[in-house]
Design a protein around this ligand. Structure first.
Ligand code: ADP
Ligand code: ADP
Ligand code: ZN
Ligand code: ZN
Length: 838
């Protein structure tokens, strides 16, 4: 296949068998944009990430650590005979499962460092103040942290009222609630008895100085303790100096609370003591977390904290004149303090150039302090991509996973030019992608298929895009080369209207909107325009509160979203009375540990366990359904406690999981695995794909039906036991959708979805749209944030938010049937929608 003169070199894969790959061999060019296509589950990721990236990673690790080499024997290197010509690789994969580390836009992009440098070298200092070094602008360093709050921005204090909620109680009755429970609290009480303090009078009757000492003292006297004795007997024992049970150390309640808060590693303990503290904004830094000297330095009139909270577009505007040496007073400064003027210009130019990359990727509405857990996976991936763009590496392969996720078609152009920039710098790009606009721009396509799971895993085509046209078996070819215009579609008429008024959150200001009921609505707009804020947050939370539902599923995540704003609600009106329930189908993980999986989440596994408990051998041994759970003692493997994996800690490297040496990943103990249903163990069932299980459980109605729905949302390729942490956001969302589709839905529900087509091949999108139509036909309302124009064109109503992102968005730009919105003059969606409608 070396008859492709346009390319400088090739990566050659021979005999790849990772996951479902069928011993495939393929060659892809270097220094090119290579796009991997195919239906969900066909094996694109197994090739791009599981084989190519994993192999590059393995080589890298082996070169740095001989220990890692041994480990790969255990964990398993990618199953491939040979990979030749592979450059070092960088993966920009979308986060699966929950994001862990708490960082910010500024730290992920490393731009915060530059901003600190800018403030240090080129900021305006008050008369007579010495220079503050760059570290002095970081709240995470001793040089920078506000001395009062240690860089937290908040201070915690304790008061008598916070630690002694009920002063009518005696000390024996636990008046000092802040002291530890159980033995620790008793110990402090016994110490007070030894010290001669009356523990049997109401707290409020103790003298003021005694109370203050107990609560706030820094002294820690060590005294003899006689736990069994009455106060009277204790007094005598102390006097006689009888040998005590032990010597106890006193600790004031404040000391206990603050010390525990600062040092405990237990989240529960921390939470308990926090309940006795009063949190206030730090009076010294006013929540800005920095020393006064740092906050006194200004750039363009802003202190560094305010500067870091401006949208990046605005930051870029402030920097531009400085970068070009035409800000006010430039000439004077150049005369008086040339070194400052030169540094300012150079740093501002550098920062502006880097920001430009972020702006071009449509991220200008973010600000440096925005925390990463509050970003969507697509936004985070584009941030990382931008960081790579200005890190000036070359000769690297970037492996990306659906970079167009969350992008409005108007933003996709910018993404393509960013990818073009990486390529021009001498890098290779391997991209798993469904968006046909990206697929069309590839230099080389690798189409994997034809189906998913066992039905896929073959290379249908590898070559320049045009050549795919003649590949009959390819589902991608069908969509890429045929007329994709939606054709005539008669929008359904709404059965009523839901009104939402007074919506104020993020960039939405007192917005009023209405949603049609009984139809499919798509909410569109560029990234950052306010779609998720409106639909997934305010609408969802308001309806949840209205129905008294809580925000479940996913309610437990609210805290981790990094959003300090409490649940937002707005005014509801219109025909809300005709609605009975909210169903939220979002991309949040279905579980946070490998213990949850699709089978447990959908409830399907309960039926499977009952089936196993009814097997003859299980009956004879009196095994209940619980015996077949890997989450409780009994039937599971105790070595790994039913996880199937054990964690191996590596020095200097991220720890890795290795299969459990006892059960070899089966999760169950040997006795449990002796029970079979039609020749399969419970572990075998967890290892089946939905498709295989669908054939296997043909007779068992409830199991069969659950599997049927999972196949209909395009998940036939997933294994039943695939841990929740391995599922992508799109897969998690489709599992939730399938679970909801199965519920006998009574009444009229509102379904809220967040970009349900993420991770779906156009062929899968068609199936999904049919499912959504089914819900609408059953009388329900479906509201989806969506970019896929096929879906938008086929919907009944479009609500276009914008026109721009952040402060330039947040308004309803157009609303109506797809045809009406396609003609709206101000809408950025209109031209794309018009084209999709044909
Ligand atoms: P795609 O990227 O095309 O959606 P994948 O490469 O993710 O497809 O999956 C291809 C097949 O490999 C599917 O049947 C999937 O269930 C299986 N698979 C994916 N990840 C794993 C894994 N970690 N262990 C076992 N099988 C997996
Ligand atoms: P979309 O869904 O259209 O991409 P979003 O609703 O996510 O847009 O964002 C709208 C605006 O609200 C943007 O300016 C964004 O930066 C801001 N925003 C979104 N989430 C948060 C958050 N958790 N904290 C602060 N600002 C946020
Ligand atoms: Zn402070
Ligand atoms: Zn085990």
């Amino acid at each position: 296949m070396t008859d492709h003169p346009g390319f400088s070199g090739f990566v050659r894969v021979r005999g790849a068998r990772e996951h479902n790959l069928k011993d495939i061999s393929v060659e892809v060019p270097r220094d090119a944009l290579v796009v991997f296509t195919g239906v969900s589950g066909s094996g694109k990721s197994s090739l791009a990430f599981g084989t190519l990236y994993a192999e590059a990673q393995r080589r890298y690790l082996e070169s740095v650590s001989p220990y890692a080499r041994r480990l790969f024997h255990q964990v398993g290197a990618p199953d491939v005979d040979a990979v030749e010509g592979l450059p070092p690789a960088v993966a920009l994969q979308q986060q699966r499962g929950a994001p862990t580390a708490r960082s910010s836009v500024g730290s992920v992009t490393t731009l915060s460092n530059l901003v600190r440098m800018l403030y240090s070298r080129a900021g305006d200092y008050p008369e007579g103040q010495g220079i503050v070094y760059a570290e002095g602008f970081s709240p995470n360093t001793p040089e920078g942290a506000c001395p009062e709050c240690h860089g937290l921005g908040r201070v915690y204090e304790v008061t008598e009222a916070s630690m002694v909620p009920d002063p009518a109680l005696t000390i024996r009755e636990r008046a000092v609630a802040a002291w530890p429970q159980a033995w620790g609290g008793q110990n402090q009480r016994d110490i007070l008895v030894s010290l001669g303090i009356d523990v049997d009078v109401p707290w409020r009757d103790l003298p003021r100085d005694t109370r203050d000492w107990i609560l706030f003292s820094d002294e820690q006297p060590v005294v003899p303790v006689y736990p069994g004795l009455t106060p009277e007997a204790t007094r005598r024992a102390v006097k006689r100096q009888s040998p005590p049970d032990y010597m106890g150390t006193f600790s004031s309640a404040r000391r206990h609370v603050l010390h525990t808060f600062a040092t405990t590693e237990s989240a529960a303990m921390k939470k308990r003591v926090q309940a006795y503290m009063i949190e206030t904004v730090c009076p010294v830094c006013h929540g800005k977390r920095l020393r006064p000297e740092a906050l006194a330095v200004r750039f363009a009139g802003y202190d560094i904290t305010d500067f870091s909270r401006l949208p990046l577009t605005q930051v870029a505007e402030l920097l531009r004149p400085v970068a070009e040496g035409r800000e006010e007073g430039h000439a004077r400064r150049l005369r008086e303090r040339p070194e400052v003027a030169v540094a300012a210009q150079r740093l501002a130019a550098d920062l502006a150039a880097r920001l430009d990359v972020l702006l071009r990727l449509g991220l200008g509405y973010l600000h440096f302090e925005r925390t990463t857990p509050s970003l969507s996976p697509g936004e985070l991936q584009r941030l990382r991509l931008a960081t790579q763009l200005y890190s000036n590496l070359f000769g690297v392969v970037y492996v990306l996973d659906e970079p167009s996720a969350g992008l409005h078609p108007a933003d996709t152009e910018a993404l393509l030019s960013a990818l073009g920039g990486l390529k021009a710098a001498g890098n290779s790009l391997f991209v798993v992608e469904h968006d046909l606009d990206v697929v069309r721009r590839a230099d080389w396509l690798v189409d994997v298929g034809p189906g998913a799971g066992e039905g896929g895993g073959e290379i249908l085509y590898s070559g320049p895009p045009e050549g795919l046209r003649d590949v009959e078996a390819s589902q991608t070819a069908a969509y890429l080369f045929r007329d994709t215009r939606a054709g005539p579609h008669e929008p359904r008429a709404p059965s009523g209207w839901l009104e939402l008024g007074g919506v104020t959150r993020h960039n939405l200001r007192d917005l009023s909107v209405r949603f049609p009921l009984g139809v499919l609505t798509c909410v569109t707009g560029v990234s950052g325009s306010g779609k998720s804020t409106l639909v997934s947050q305010v609408l969802a939370q308001t309806l949840a509160a209205h129905f008294g539902q809580g925000t479940a599923p996913g309610a437990e995540d609210v805290e981790e979203e990094g959003d300090d704003v409490p649940a937002a609600t707005a005014r509801l009106g219109g025909d809300v009375g005709t609605l009975s329930r909210l169903v939220r189908v979002d991309q949040k993980p279905i579980g946070r540990t490998p213990r949850s999986n699709m089978a447990t989440y959908t409830g399907l596994f309960d039926h499977v366990r009952k089936l196993f408990a009814a097997a003859p051998l299980a009956k004879k041994r009196k095994y209940s359904a619980g015996r077949f759970s890997f989450n409780v003692k009994g039937g599971r493997c105790e070595h790994c406690q039913g996880e199937g994996w054990v964690m191996v800690e590596l020095l200097f490297l991220p720890s890795v999981y290795a299969p459990c040496p006892v059960c070899h990943g089966a999760r169950y103990n040997a006795q449990t695995l002796e029970v079979e249903v039609r020749g399969q163990t419970i572990a075998d069932v967890l290892g089946m794909t939905v498709d295989t299980a669908h054939a296997f459980f043909g007779e068992e109605r409830p199991i069969f039906q659950a599997l049927d729905t999972l196949r209909e949302v395009g998940l036939g390729y997933l294994r039943l036991g695939q841990p929740a942490t391995e599922l992508s956001g799109g897969e998690a969302q489709r599992i939730k959708l399938a679970t909801e589709l199965q519920r006998a839905a009574r009444g009229h529900a509102v379904y809220i979805l967040d970009e349900p087509t993420t991770g779906l091949h156009p062929a899968d999108v068609e199936r999904l749209t049919r499912q959504l139509a089914r819900l609408v036909e059953a009388g329900h309302t479906v509201i989806a944030v969506e970019h896929d124009l096929q879906v938008v064109a086929g919907s009944d109503w479009v609500l276009d938010i914008g026109p721009g992102a952040g402060e330039e968005g947040g308004r309803v730009v157009a609303q109506g049937t797809p045809a009406e919105v396609a003609r709206a003059p101000e809408s950025r969606t209109a031209p794309y929608l018009a084209r999709a409608l044909g």
